[in-house]
Design a binder for this molecule. Sequence first.
Ligand code: ACO
Length: 436
Amino acid sequence: MKASDTKATLSFSNGGDSVELPIYKGTVGPDVIDIRKLYAQTGMFTYDPGFMSTAACQSAITYIDGDKGELLYRGYPIEQLATNCDFLETCHLLLYGELPDQGKKTNFTKLVTNHTMVNEQMQFFLRGFRRDAHPMAIMTGLVGALSAFYHDSTDINNPEHREIAAIRLIAKMPTLVAMAYKYTIGQPYMYPKNDLSYAGNFLHMMFATPCEEYKVNPVLERALDRIFILHADHEQNASTSTVRLCGSSGTNPFAAIAAGVACLWGPAHGGANEAALNMLYDIQKEGGVEKIGEFIKKVKDKNSNVKLMGFGHRVYKNYDPRAKLMQETCNEVLTELGLENDPLFKLAKELEKIALEDEYFVSRKLYPNVDFYSGIVQRAIGIPVPLFTAIFALARTVGWIAQLNEMIGDPEYKIGRPRQLFEGSPKRDVQPIGKR
Ligand code: ACO
């Protein structure tokens, strides 16, 4: 961390001693005020629920400029990565800091591919779930269960263990998501086919059956690969922070990633693509494009609790750059499948147009996020709606593990332990039951 010449001074209106606080500069982005000694110096905590102004760690992986609508993985703009690289190159970049050359790419691809199978015993574990279980409920269980299968990569303090756990997680997530899907529809699991690409293999495990040959459609393969790239990391979002906090206790890496999966499930985070598509279905059922006005009215009514899902972002106060790329992919996939006139896509475009012109959304800087279009793409590919968030989890796994490994390697890392402003009862005595 680079200290700034400027210092912050915290003074108190009651005349108490003021405190000088160091300021650090990142390579880009806002400086941070170091408050680590504040409690020792003043006996006070800072109060920041939701981390609106708090940097919880230092990181060199992903940078977002929310006002510009810019997203960089290790310095590379997401647009360039999504156009020029594939997902495994992006994984290499996030994990090791650099894009691979051809030799490194071949080796890395081989390494990941060698780990795509899961322990056969996982099938029996899966059988314990109801067939109608939500895929994210299954994924939380399956990813956590990996910690019980791979005993040689569970020591978070051992760099070799961390590396092999990272490779295993990236390699096995597609297999687990596809197994969760096949289980819910009662079809046989398809083993990974290692001559296919990462995304191609996932399509094969999802949609092939043992009865006939399955041919991977290159347009859908590329679309899925792009979905994976766009979701691969997003700096200190809720699930990544969950993984860091969980991992900060020194827990098993698979358990820490399972915590990330659980956090991602929520509709304010990874569950938004599922919620966005369900919202479109609902508007469609009510009467489609004609009903947009009525729906927008409900969204603007604070008492309705209705949100325009797939819109708004804690960090982006401009168009989410991933949403632009996803809209492009959406057009490609729908054209490939002859679905250009898909009513849901038309509805989404119209809804976006109306919202972008509406004062409510304009004044609050609410723009479409990546989830607004990713649901339509996934649905067109044939992925069932409840599986959308599991696909997000598959893609985000590399980000989670890269961030977890970065944290463990950081000499400043400590177990995460937030403090609180206590508003409950002060000390009191327990009364006998008849007197309470
Ligand atoms: N629809 C309608 N109003 C919205 C929306 C929305 N989608 N998002 C924010 N607002 C309004 C809020 O009501 C609030 O209005 P107010 O100032 O009049 O009270 C204002 O915009 C600011 O919103 P906050 O909730 O303070 O913003 P915050 O940063 O806390 O929330 C969040 C961000 C959770 C993403 C929110 O925009 C949301 O719920 N969006 C819908 C869900 C969604 O798409 N999530 C995906 C996030 S991206 C991802 O995980 C990949």
